[in-house]
Design a protein around this ligand. Sequence first.
Ligand code: IPM
Ligand code: MN
Length: 328
Amino acid sequence: MAHKVGIIGGDGIGPDVIAEGLKVIAAAGVELDTVDYHLGGQRYAEDGTVLPDEVLDEWRQLDALYLGAVGTPEVPPGLIERGLLLKMRFSLDLYINQRPFEKAPGADGPGHDFIVIRENTEGTYAGEGGLLRQGTPHEIATQGSVNTRHGVERCIRYAFELAESRPSKHLTLVHKTNVLTFAGDLWERTFNEVAADHPTVETAYNHVDAACIYFVQSPEQYDVIVTDNLFGDILTDLGGAVSGGIGFASSANLNPHGVSMFEPVHGSAPDIAGQNKANPTAAILSGAMMLEHLGEHDAAARVRKACDDKESLTGSTTEIGDLIAGRL
Ligand code: IPM
Ligand code: MN
């Protein structure tokens, strides 16, 4: 039976890279029953729609969501990010943001293969805070970080289970416990307690600033990393940069008990929109993560293998898509 998947191409290069992802999934022999959703900055400019609750209700009935990128320069910053992407993450409780990074064998620099598990529903992204006396010389802006035992623990448990399933069985907590002493304390204590339930997993801790150095200088020390929402956002852009470029970085926003959403790490890149220039590999690899999640393990492995030889994946958006599809 075909998997029912909601497609949100979005803005800029989003629709183009998703078209290549769908082409590759079809070439892998997996049948999808797709439903298109016209949402993002462009839709907002047309009629003010961001993400209606009825659409969210429809999504809850799907098997997965596949998203390109959202955001246009004309729309005020934050509106689509908060109103669409973050609303999706919070409402569907997509509490795991899983971002794998692999350097192809033979590429420059040390080889590595690690996965960042980013908490996806709390931290500074929860939107705690506000403005007081806005626009006056006495204005105050606060932006808090929300960390619940429940939210932190379920994310850390997921990361331990993932690490346990991998050959290296190694998990690093990344935080800033020397400065963020309240949130850091909760994260560290929870990490150590959950570690006791997973004796086969070797653990480590890095401050986030040090992790930035290791990402560049010795990424091979990592297997699975677990971290909070904002640190994970920043680290995964760096992860993309050190593993061949953001054009290869894929991600999954997971609710292990509900519908999940798959999207490339990159944004809508309005500067190159409509020029057939964007690398669709990140979207294609996100499609492979979706196939894995849908239980299409063999097709997922074949798509990943077809994307293996990263250096050869050059050319226009459609050329790269055709090349990968042709290898299947
Ligand atoms: C990402 C993006 C989003 C985030 C933005 C667009 C809200 O940068 O998925 O990494 O910060 O999570
Ligand atoms: Mn980001």
